[in-house]
Design a protein around this ligand. Structure first.
Ligand code: CP3
Length: 345
């Protein structure tokens, strides 16, 4: 089954082709900013909701209906394939993923088995349902990149300093590379399952890569992310690669090989383009906190992002990171309308 929707503004922008308007979607567009999301999730755990195709479909569609965005993003989480790989974990509201037994040794790594498409069949089922419902709107699939997944597995949860993660990286490089290699396999299977089921694009989230120096990123992380992205080069869907606080890493992230590089709000898109290389489309990068300012400020900043995005051969408008839970959803609807009208050509 293929429904890549090659003529949609979103897929065209990802390929650097001309578009009728700059396409826009938001990371975390499905979620707590929407009252209809809070209602449907009441009493249902996060991981349980990810396993139920009826809920995944409804939650994924909610922001598409409300905001008129140019793409849907599958409702799931980066730790879903880890649970499928046998890791005992939970997603705690307000905290994030919590791992019962963190992986810090070779014996711990043995507990992380590879996955097959059957282990995440509920994701394929959700994608198929969604593709049927979405019509001409592309669906974006996603996965966590090896480094960001490893940081949760090693720390046991979110971290500010990544102390244990870096301790393994520097102190036990062989174990480190074995762990990231295993995670690259899991990520690849998770993404291939979504592509086979019909997503129009994939995004690799290396959300916490900004914790690394460029030299360490190149030595300890880039080869593993490049393997995931390279293995999907012939899959026929655009590959987006995103991280937060990656200003100094943008050149290296570009080399990892995605079609589109996602940029957070700290680096203006025209400057990002000089770092990534002039041939690559970019995605981003309005500061999610700007949505708490008066509309005049939102409009000015959105126009600036659109202007700076013209330096790249393609631009997908997004926030520089996910929608914050307290965001007024009407601001997002209005922002989509502004991006569409201000960029119409
Ligand atoms: O709309 C979308 O963007 C799709 C949904 C999505 C979720 N998680 C749903 C979710 C996506 C793309 C993710 C990816 C994800 N998960 C990332 C990478 C993106 C990023 O933000 O950088 C990361 C680092 C995670 C790990 C994770 N899961 C965190 C940090 C949290 C937030 C904890 C909290 O409650 O603040 C989660 C939980 C989570 N994932 C929620 C949602 C909607 C909130 C849980 C809830 O609503 O009960």
């Amino acid at each position: 089954m293929t429904s890549v929707l090659n003529d949609s503004p979103f897929v065209r922008a990802c390929r650097g082709q001309d578009v009728p308007h700059t396409p826009v979607w938001f990371m975390r567009q499905a979620g707590r900013s929407l009252p209809e999301y809070r209602k449907i999730r009441a009493g249902v755990g996060m991981l349980e909701s990810c396993r139920r195709p009826d809920l995944v479909t409804e939650i994924t569609l909610q922001p598409v209906r409300r905001h008129n965005v140019d793409a849907a993003v599958l409702f799931s989480d980066i730790v879903v394939p880890l649970e499928a790989a046998g890791v005992d974990l939970d997603i705690v509201a307000g905290t994030g993923p919590v791992i019962a037994e963190p992986i810090r040794t070779a014996a711990g790594l043995d507990r992380l088995r590879p996955i097959t498409a059957d282990d995440v069949s509920f994701v394929a089922e959700s994608v198929r349902q969604l593709v049927g419902e979405l019509g001409g709107t592309p669906l974006i699939g996603f996965a966590g990149a090896p480094f960001t997944l490893a940081s949760y597995l090693i720390e046991g949860g979110p971290s500010r300093t990544y102390t244990r993660t870096k301790a393994m990286m520097y102190g036990e490089p062989e174990l480190w590379h074995a762990l990231l290699g295993r995670l690259a396999e899991i990520t690849l299977t998770f993404l291939r399952t979504q592509i086979d089921a019909g997503v129009s694009a994939v995004q690799l989230f290396d959300s916490w890569a900004g914790a690394l120096s460029e030299a360490d990123y190149r030595e300890f992380v880039l080869p593993h992310s490049a393997r995931v992205l390279g293995s999907l080069a012939g899959a026929g869907v655009p590959r987006i690669h995103f991280g937060v606080g990656t200003g100094v890493l943008l050149g290296a992230i570009g080399e990892a090989g995605a079609d589109v590089v996602g940029v957070d709000w700290r680096t203006p898109l025209d400057r990002a383009t000089t770092l990534i290389g002039p041939e690559r489309p970019v995605q981003g990068n309005l500061d999610p906190a700007v949505l708490f300012a008066p509309w005049e400020v939102v409009e000015r900043e959105a126009r600036r992002v659109l202007e700076q995005g013209r330096a790249a051969p393609g631009h997908v408008f997004n926030l520089g990171h996910g929608v914050l839970p307290d965001t007024n959803p009407d601001m997002l609807t209005r922002l989509v309308e502004l991006v569409h009208t201000a960029s119409a050509r």
